[in-house]
Design a protein around this ligand. Structure first.
Ligand SMILES: Nc1ncnc2c1ncn2[C@@H]1O[C@H](COP(=O)(O)OP(=O)(O)O)[C@@H](O)[C@H]1O
Ligand SMILES: [Mg+2]
Length: 213
């Protein structure tokens, strides 16, 4: 049994049976528009980065799928199937207090990532899965980086805020405030510097937009 779960820009994802358990196989497909050697290197790098970071994040206390197997030759990861809804589609169906609970938890997880010096690189609600237990799982770590720079942490948060603002406009502000709360509680001292950085990134963006107009 193998069914296509998702087909992204970079990868095909299949839901499969693997030694008697349900798993997700994420296969990074070759891109014919890239020079072959570069394409192979990129798929190789992102596969190893994703598998490694998912494990490091899990150890830091962030819910992520278990990695069962990695094949660098075929750029494939076999991981735990998380039976959950993508937050992207599910967020609007939640009550406002539930939404805030979820985002507080997301804030805590992102703070744990940043404390471990991981920048996710693509923090959107389509890379978060909301389990019926209320736990939010983080996925899609192919663009993650290891960094000590608060500019990078700020960029991660800025991207999440932008994604929230554009896809969930009715509730984004409350969600972001709850996120900030959860982040600050977990990160402790130093969090305010990171949020000042988010503001700085934001105002640079506004400045550029105004200059283009
Ligand atoms: N471990 C998993 N369990 C359940 N669903 C998953 C899992 N990994 C990915 N998915 C589903 O597949 C989609 C695409 O996966 P993702 O890793 O984000 O790849 P892409 O790089 O194409 O965005 C996700 O939005 C989610 O719906
Ligand atoms: Mg994704």
């Amino acid at each position: 049994m193998s069914v296509v779960l998702a087909k992204g820009a970079e990868a095909m994802l299949f839901l499969e049976q693997w030694y008697g358990i349900r798993v997700v196989r994420k296969h990074r497909i070759p891109k014919s528009y890239r020079v072959e050697s570069l394409d192979k290197r990129l798929r190789h790098e992102r596969t190893i980065r994703e598998a490694r970071t998912i494990n490091v994040a899990k150890r830091a206390g962030v819910p992520t799928p278990i990695i069962y197997s990695v094949n660098l030759e075929t750029a494939t990861i076999i991981m735990e199937y998380i039976e959950a809804n993508r937050l992207m589609e599910h967020l609007e169906t939640l009550s406002s207090s539930k939404q805030q609970k979820v985002f507080k938890q997301i804030g805590k997880s992102v703070a744990l990532l940043h404390h471990t010096h991981i920048c996710h690189g693509d923090l959107t609600t389509s890379n978060m899965l909301l389990h019926t237990s209320g736990k939010v799982y983080f996925i899609d770590f192919g663009l993650a980086t290891t960094t000590h720079s608060i500019e990078d942490y700020g960029t991660d948060i800025h991207l999440l805020r932008r994604a929230l603002n554009s896809t969930h406009h009715t509730s984004w502000r409350e969600c972001f405030n709850a996120f900030k709360d959860g982040y600050q509680n977990e990160y402790g001292r130093g969090a305010s510097r990171i949020f000042r950085q988010v503001e700085a990134i934001e105002s640079r963006g506004r400045y550029i937009t105004e200059r283009i107009r």
